[in-house]
Design a protein around this ligand. Structure first.
Ligand code: NDP
Length: 475
């Protein structure tokens, strides 16, 4: 293995304020309550900034600002709205390096990922939906599709700016206005986005950002002035939201958890499959709702594949997320680390065999080494529950029918991957897997033109592509 000299990205490009207010009606305002929380760098536990905690009165102020902006924004010709979205997309590209460093500082993900995956996709989403803004009449939702009104959007911490883009870009393109709540551990890029809205001269009130905890999210989704709720996060909270909105007129999309199967057949190119497995579960420390957290490998090649996988994992570098050579960054929070540890210990206690490469762990911050469990039974918690960390559970199968049976044996249904050289087998599998996305000889590929969303307890509604417009239109 090569030795790498440190190659840290400079953090001088970001300018983090010591304290942030709420972004309401195009301005920074102070919350009514006194409460503030610190956001930390999970790689060092250093405090980055203090953010405001929005209470019900603040959420109400934000929703009212969005409601006031709605008549003007929705009546604007699509081509005019598109100009704002194109402008936002271009500013994101211009400030991509700064936003990538900020995301890495606040989230713990490697700079290589925030720079090469998150930020290009964020800009691409705004460009893509900017293109739809003046073509909504041709999107297949009737000759004159109308926006819904105020969208209340709640997002998680694993892809903070990318989830913001998935939510805000289609909402604005369709003529809705927005109140968005970022996750409590990763508010900084959403607050930087508020500045970008100002830079783009977006009319006041079209985008409002309220920071806070789960209660802030609950106040937003339950606010009577919100016409549409979009949520990405845990199935548990998704269920709460679905329950509280049942029977009322609010439109709801839920993007929830997953326990995806990454299925490798004996005829697959094994070296390529190893890369796909690594990308499937160790990308973004496994904090990915569609992560390939269950490896299903055909018994005849299981030993060879596992040997190659372990060899490959021995070359992954864990450490400073700002270092351009880092593959595995920090776990986003102490709570998430505790959850990953608890489930990994349950895996061992239930009889699975645990393996990690020799991997020095930094003294400060939240870290978990890449981990592989073999000898996993379908009944084990590590085969059933979303771990949301760099932990892979390996199961084997003999026939395609058994692979389908095992892959679908989960309450979730967000994604799956199939590795085989046979096109017929690929299609046979894809038509039987109960998953919203099925990747063929690849994994964790995203594109703004492709719809993304789940079956079963992974949620409902689609984000991305033409389908993603539907959630924001009265159709
Ligand atoms: P949550 O579902 O709790 O958080 C997602 C977002 O919802 C956050 O902004 C959160 O705020 C907010 N929220 C929390 N409670 C409520 C509520 N009652 N009403 C409205 N909004 C609310 O996920 P966690 O961050 O707690 O992570 C827990 C687990 O969820 C993870 O271990 C992982 O398994 C899974 N998860 C799945 C994701 C996915 O993409 N499928 C994404 C994130 C997590 P706040 O951050 O302030 O709590």
């Amino acid at each position: 293995m090569f030795e790498y000299a440190p190659a840290p990205e400079s953090r001088d490009i970001v300018d983090i304020r010591p304290s942030y207010g709420l972004f309401i009606n195009g301005e920074w305002v102070e919350p009514q309550g006194e409460e503030r929380h610190k956001t930390v760098n999970p790689a060092t536990e250093e405090v980055l900034a203090e953010v405001a905690w929005a209470g019900e009165a603040d959420v109400d102020r934000a929703v009212q600002a969005a409601a006031k902006a709605f008549p003007v924004w929705s009546a604007m010709p699509g081509a005019e709205r598109a100009k704002y979205l194109f402008r936002i997309a271009r500013i994101i590209q211009e400030r991509a390096r700064e936003l990538a460093v900020l995301e890495t500082l606040d989230n713990g993900k490697p700079i290589r990922e925030s720079r090469d995956v998150d930020l290009p996709l964020v800009a691409a989403h705004f460009f893509y939906y900017a293109g739809w803004a003046d073509k909504l009449s041709y999107a297949g939702f009737g000759p004159d599709p109308r926006p819904l009104g105020v969208a209340g959007q709640v997002i998680p911490w694993n892809f903070p700016l990318l989830m913001l883009a998935w939510k805000i870009a289609p909402a604005l393109a369709c003529g809705n206005t927005v109140v968005l709540k970022p996750a409590e551990t990763t508010p900084l890029t959403a607050l930087a986005f508020a500045e970008i809205c100002r830079q783009a001269d977006l009319p006041p009130g079209v985008v409002n950002i309220v920071t806070g905890a789960g209660e802030t999210g609950a106040a937003l989704v339950n606010h009577p002035g919100v016409d549409k709720v979009a949520f990405t996060g845990s199935t548990e909270v998704g269920r709460l939201i679905a329950r509280s909105l049942a029977g009322i007129r609010k439109k709801l999309t839920l993007e929830l958890g997953g326990k995806a199967a990454n299925i490798v057949f004996e005829d697959a190119p094994l070296d390529q499959a190893v890369e796909g497995i690594v990308n499937g579960i160790f990308f973004n420390q496994g904090h990915v709702c569609c992560a390939g957290s269950r490896l299903l490998v055909q018994e005849s090649v299981a030993a060879d594949l596992l040997e190659a996988l372990k060899r490959r994992l021995g070359t992954l570098r864990l450490g400073d997320p700002l270092d351009k050579n880092t593959d595995i960054g920090a776990i986003n929070s102490a709570e998430q680390l505790a959850k990953i540890r608890e489930l990994s210990e349950a895996g061992e206690a239930e009889g699975a065999e645990r393996w990690s490469p020799a991997c020095p762990i930094p003294d400060r911050g939240y870290w978990f080494p890449p981990t592989v469990f073999t000898g996993v039974a379908q009944s084990h918690r590590i085969a059933r529950e979303e771990i949301f960390g760099p932990v892979l559970s390996v199961l084997t199968f003999r026939t395609p029918a058994e692979a389908v049976e095992k892959a679908n044996n989960t309450p979730y249904g967000l994604s799956a991957g199939v590795w085989t050289e046979k096109g017929s087998l690929m299609l046979w599998m894809a038509s039987r897997l109960r998953a919203g996305v099925v990747w063929s000889n690849t994994f964790n590929r995203f594109d703004p033109t492709s719809p993304f969303g789940g079956y079963k307890e992974s949620g409902y509604g689609r984000e991305g592509g033409r389908h993603g417009l539907e959630a924001y239109l009265a159709v």
